[in-house]
Design a protein around this ligand. Structure first.
Ligand code: PLP
Length: 350
């Protein structure tokens, strides 16, 4: 019953096998091998446009360096107040990009368009003391398990465009959002005005595979230097390519995300039907937020369930009582129906 994070899951066997296979023999280093080149071409096929792809080790590195590529001196970036770049990356995006992260409010982890406009207005281009608006970063799927629909993405990127700002998407759970929407990778990104994407593979079955994807390769000119200076240029880059080869083959990445989302659906249905627990809010990806009595949370933990108690967002604070916990349950490609059903049974027993 591992619901703490999709990072707790291992690697999918097909990905591990491919990594082992590529571990034999020799190939040129630093992203120049045949395998590296072929995976870069695969990304262009998947996104239906010529893209430039740069591997990094972690999602934090992907976000930080993607934002660094959009940055200008004195720039500020706008992100949802609960965004990973603000809450969970220890200032790495600020450090690498040299920009301040400015919070934008909005319910359920999504930036509200009016709040974004109001925040942008606070940072005009001549604001030498406060900083000038530079870019917007949105998380898809969001940290609260919700997913921006295509028109919501378009609305935010249009505001960015009207103000001359670049747009970054944190896609640590890109595949989960994509299958939730039933959209194509192109529709959810550059066709809706996204300039650069952090494409996450690690949470969805890879061992360690994160890529920064530029939809206009001309905008990636500085990236080789930004990445090397940040010590993120892999010499044995082909091992990341090997993982992504298996990940992208036969749409494995989409199948794994569909499975994870399906397990979350099962949890959501069970929680909605439960008389001891309830959903804190509706989510569309592989994260589920539930409100359960503290005693039940303790019982579930004692019986081996792993999950995190979650900080209560302001917009739902009034709905949660003192003797209740808000918990986050994350499913992954490795979650089983037995795990979900056992967890739901424990809640019922309580
Ligand atoms: C929304 C989001 N972005 C990025 C990351 C990447 O984090 P890490 O640097 O731990 O790979 C995570 C991981 O938890 C995440 O949830």
């Amino acid at each position: 019953m591992f619901f703490a994070s999709d990072n707790w899951a291992g690697a999918h066997p097909l990905i591990s096998e491919r990594l082992t296979k590529e571990a034999a023999g020799f190939a040129s280093a630093y992203g120049t091998s045949e395998l590296d080149r072929s995976i870069e071409a695969r990304f262009s096929d998947i996104f239906e446009t010529d893209v430039a792809v740069f591997y990094v080790a972690t999602g934090t590195a992907a976000n930080s360096l993607a934002l660094a590529s959009l940055a200008r001196p004195g720039g500020v970036t706008f992100a949802h107040s609960e965004a990973h770049v603000i809450e969970d990356e220890l200032g790495a995006p600020d450090f690498f990009s040299g920009m301040r992260m400015i919070e934008v409010a909005g319910p359920l982890g999504k930036m509200d368009a009016e709040s974004l406009k109001a925040q942008i207005a606070r940072f005009p281009q001549d604001a030498v003391h406060h900083g000038r608006a530079n870019s917007v970063t949105l998380t898809q799927a969001t940290e609260q398990g919700t997913v921006y629909d295509l028109s919501e993405i378009q609305t935010l990127t249009q505001i960015a465009r009207e103000n001359g700002l670049g747009v970054h998407m944190d896609g640590a759970r890109f595949a989960n959002a994509l299958v939730a929407l039933g959209a194509t990778p192109a529709e959810m990104t550059w066709k809706r005005g996204v300039d650069v994407l952090s494409f996450g593979g690690t949470k969805n079955g890879c061992w360690c595979a994160e890529a920064i994807v530029f939809f206009d390769p001309a905008k990636a000119r500085e990236m080789p230097f930004i990445r090397k200076r940040a010590a993120q240029l892999f010499s044995k880059s082909r091992f990341i390519s090997a993982q992504l080869a298996a990940y992208l083959d036969n749409d494995l990445w989409l199948d794994l995300a569909r499975h994870a989302n399906g397990m979350a659906d099962r949890l959501r249905d069970g929680l909605a039907a439960s008389n001891t627990a309830r959903l804190a809010w509706g989510t569309q990806s592989n994260e589920v937020f539930a409100v359960i009595p503290r005693a039940t949370a303790k019982l579930a933990e004692d019986m081996g369930a792993k999950f995190y108690e979650w900080p209560t967002p302001k917009d739902v604070a009034e709905t949660i009582q003192k003797d209740e916990s808000l918990i986050r349950l994350v499913t992954s490609f490795a979650t089983t129906t037995e795990d979900v059903d056992r967890f739901l049974d424990i809640l019922q027993q309580a």
